[in-house]
Ligand binder design. Structure first.
Ligand code: HEM
Length: 468
């Protein structure tokens, strides 16, 4: 209970439904990705059906990954973490349900609009124009619902997760407005392209990244039952992100007509952001020190740390691939697609699986039906994604060097064929693994009930381990 009223501190039903929506849109996204992958094998499953044409299905794939799968799971994460950190419930449960309904309606309208040919020509801003205002209103309401407990908290100090969440709340609406309205209505041409680049990057850097790391700072100390290694380092990481991330956007359009000073600025900021990477990696592996056996015994922690290793690799890769030397080879190749999957799926998707592992039993009030199935899901997903990344990175290099050698375009397509087949194979393994995972979620929820709703994730990560 909170504040003497009869509301539960954490609204488990709302979390459960956001998780169900997340898993559903994950499957929609992946089926779209797989269908599109078959296009590269000249075996597209829906030839000559206009509304299922590959370009439209690609938009459904990326948009449902970001807004359907990741955003829904992150909202569930915020609903779980914020009341526990602040000891205050969200502003209003009714508003929470309204946001839930509005968000899913937005997803359905996005899919219908994109398949009907109303996608906007802005990468990741393809949500049709008539959906954009709805998204913006939804985001504002979400921010109100989640910020109120943070402002009302009587806890001493503000734990670093809450810093990250507040930053994401401040930025996300602005980022969405900037990307979806400015280039379309007010800023055409290369300036509009620069803004689009900023939007793509800020969506990852100022929405997904702060919420993702905020959740890691919440869950990892609790699961390891010890406080985070260095609170000071966590704050340096936070301010590094706040300072360097917003300037990186133009690195999506290097070697373009955007003025070179803007391109060089983005390159420097991208390399500088390694400071943030270093802080989080040192901090989380410092926290793990002496407890590394926990990775073997706790699957949620294993997902979290696998994601962190991939985060370190992705960001290290960023520092190199952002240089014009690398760009001359990898620009427009499958290297970039490998990179996108490594960060969006390998980092944030993997953290979401860890979150599911920890939270799903609580929200359905039943223990996992088969831990073995979950371990199989981990190994299948992890190894198939590793295969996809290595495959597309190698394929990207082959494409890049063939283009640089001024070979015929058709030759590069023929040379890419084996890589595209391996991508399809890895996609098939990933989808099969998610089929097992969805079965595990369903079978767990259907078991006879046991009393286990609210334990054992503890009080506050700042004090976790104290006295344990
Ligand atoms: C079954 C698994 C998956 C398959 C087969 C797959 C396949 C694909 C394909 C074929 C593309 C288009 C590449 C191109 O245009 O050349 C793509 C793009 C993309 N996918 Fe996936 N995908 C899968 C899972 C995911 C997941 C889970 C996420 C995120 C959580 C994701 C995020 C992305 C992103 C961000 C892009 C855009 C890449 C870019 O434009 O550089 N994918 N995917």
């Amino acid at each position: 209970m909170a504040n003497g009223d009869s509301r539960a501190l954490v609204n488990l039903d709302l979390i459960r439904w956001h998780l169900i929506a997340s898993a559903t849109f994950m499957m929609v996204s992946m089926l779209g990705g797989l269908a599109y992958a078959f296009q590269f094998n000249q075996l597209y499953p829906f030839p000559s059906i206009e509304w299922l044409s590959p370009g439209r299905v690609r938009m459904v794939h990326t948009n449902m990954a970001a807004y359907g799968f990741i955003a829904n799971a992150f909202i569930a994460g915020l609903l779980f973490a914020i009341p526990r950190l602040t000891k205050k419930p969200i502003f209003s449960d009714q508003l929470g349900w309204m946001i839930f309904g509005a968000w899913q309606l937005t997803m359905v309208l996005t899919v219908i609009g994109q398949l009907a040919g109303y996608g906007q020509a802005i990468e990741w801003g393809e949500t049709p124009s008539f959906v954009d205002p709805l998204v913006l209103v939804g985001l504002v309401l979400l921010v109100i619902n989640m910020s109120v407990p943070i402002f009302r908290t009587e806890e001493p100090g503000l734990y670093v997760s809450l810093w990250y969440f507040l930053a994401a709340f401040g930025w996300t609406g602005l980022v969405y407005f900037m990307g979806n309205f400015l280039p379309e209505y007010w800023v055409p041409g290369t300036a509009g392209a620069a803004i689009t680049g900023l939007f793509i990057h800020d969506l990852v850097g100022l929405f997904v990244t702060p919420i993702g790391w905020g959740l890691m700072y919440f869950f990892v100390p609790l699961l390891l039952r010890k406080p985070i290694w260095s609170h000071a380092l966590s704050l340096i990481g936070f301010w590094g992100l706040a300072f360097f991330y917003p300037m990186q956007g133009v690195h999506h359009f290097l070697l373009s007509p955007i003025p070179m000073y803007a391109q060089y600025g983005a390159i420097v900021a991208t390399i500088a952001v390694e400071i943030v990477v270093l802080t989080v990696i040192v901090n989380f592996f410092g926290t793990l020190h002496g407890r590394s056996e926990a990775i073997r015994g706790n699957l949620a922690l294993r997902w979290f740390y696998t994601g962190m290793i991939l985060y370190a690799l992705t960001c290290l890769q960023c520092a190199f691939q952002v240089t014009l030397t690398f760009q001359k080879i990898i620009h427009f190749t499958d290297w970039v697609v490998a990179h996108a999957h490594m960060v969006m799926f390998g980092v944030f998707g993997f953290w979401i699986y860890g979150f599911f592992i920890e939270v799903w039993p609580r929200v359905v009030g039943r223990p996992w039906v088969s831990p073995r199935l979950l371990t199989l899901h981990y190994w299948m997903t992890m190894s198939a994604l590793a295969l996809m990344i290595v495959d597309l990175t190698a394929g990207g290099l082959v494409q890049g060097f063939l283009w640089r050698g001024l070979n015929h375009w058709g030759d590069s397509v023929i040379a890419s064929m084996p890589f595209w087949w391996v991508r399809t194979l890895s996609g098939l393994i990933i989808i099969s693994a998610q089929g097992l995972f969805i079965y595990a979620l369903w079978a767990t929820a259907r078991q006879p009930s046991t009393e286990m709703t609210e334990a054992p994730v503890g009080a506050s990560p700042a004090t976790a381990g104290v006295g344990v």
